[in-house]
Design a protein around this ligand. Sequence first.
Ligand SMILES: NC(=O)c1ccc[n+]([C@@H]2O[C@H](COP(=O)([O-])OP(=O)(O)OC[C@H]3O[C@@H](n4cnc5c(N)ncnc54)[C@H](O)[C@@H]3O)[C@@H](O)[C@H]2O)c1
Length: 318
Amino acid sequence: MRLGDISRVAIIGAGTMGAGIGLCFAHAGYDVILQDVLDDQIEKALDRIERSQKVFIQELVFSEASAKAATERISVTKSLEEALDGVQLVLEVIPENLKLKQALFGQMEAFCATDTILATNTSGLSIASIASACIRPERVAGMHWVNPPELVPLVEVIRGEKTADETVNLIFGIAEKLGKMPIIIQKEMPGFAMNRLQFAALREALHLVEAGVVTPEDADKAMSYGVGFRYPWLGPLKTADLGGLDVFHSVASYLFSDLNAMKSPPESLNRLVEGGKLGIKTGKGFYDYEKESSEEILRKRDLYFLRQWKLIRDIQQS
Ligand SMILES: NC(=O)c1ccc[n+]([C@@H]2O[C@H](COP(=O)([O-])OP(=O)(O)OC[C@H]3O[C@@H](n4cnc5c(N)ncnc54)[C@H](O)[C@@H]3O)[C@@H](O)[C@H]2O)c1
């Protein structure tokens, strides 16, 4: 199969990630069929698509006409068989449960053409284990998006033990066609690349707060206005190159051995979770979210992400 042969895509699972991912495909001109087992999830997904489209129009990313055309390219169904009929790519976006994903992959091949590509948005389950349910594991790979998928540019393309080069290259090519910034995870490792980097920072932030070195607000500020402020443009390795590798080598020589290496979540996080303080969804976490509505907090976040991405694209193209 070639990249140009792919025109119809099925998204299986219309939850937090499925709707936004479907919208990205539709904006790139693909016909999208969004499938879920629950009616209300399908309805919520359509609402979410509508909300994202409004922001895109307001921020002049898409005209009203092209947003409308994209929405019209998305259809919905509860039937797996109908969803998979005539598609060249399937993206599984159902809950992070190996047994559930294996059962679905085992079922899907029966409804697909033999060369259909089957991708999974798993955050960290083994691609080889998911593909073990399939007769054609060479057509199975990871395509890991970041929330909110319609705004965050990174897509990790993960090669499983038996994934063919052609499958990896096709998914990478599709991600580029969607305007994303894909990377290839050449061999499986828990957390792939993004979550390993993210959780390394989270572990140190938790340690700094628990040791009384900084408040949660100041840990976040150190990231947002220091380390993270540079990361959208440079990343950690280019930051080191620009700062001087000799300097980074000297600091690494005394600091690496002092960085936190906890093997399980710390007390401070355990306490919050056990106390039902789960963050924005319960109104409290490290911060109090009761002063502003969660819709407003997420609206501001999305606007910020969109403008940041536009800025990066403008500078790259200048
Ligand atoms: N939420 C995130 O931030 C995020 C980020 C990256 C990757 N992921 C990964 O994406 C996947 C989905 O996560 P989510 O947050 O969108 O989950 P979610 O729970 O919001 O949505 C999952 C959807 O799948 C549906 N579903 C369950 N079983 C199904 C089946 N057999 N067939 C069709 N639909 C089915 C559910 O009804 C639900 O609507 C997971 O593997 C997760 O690890 C999530």
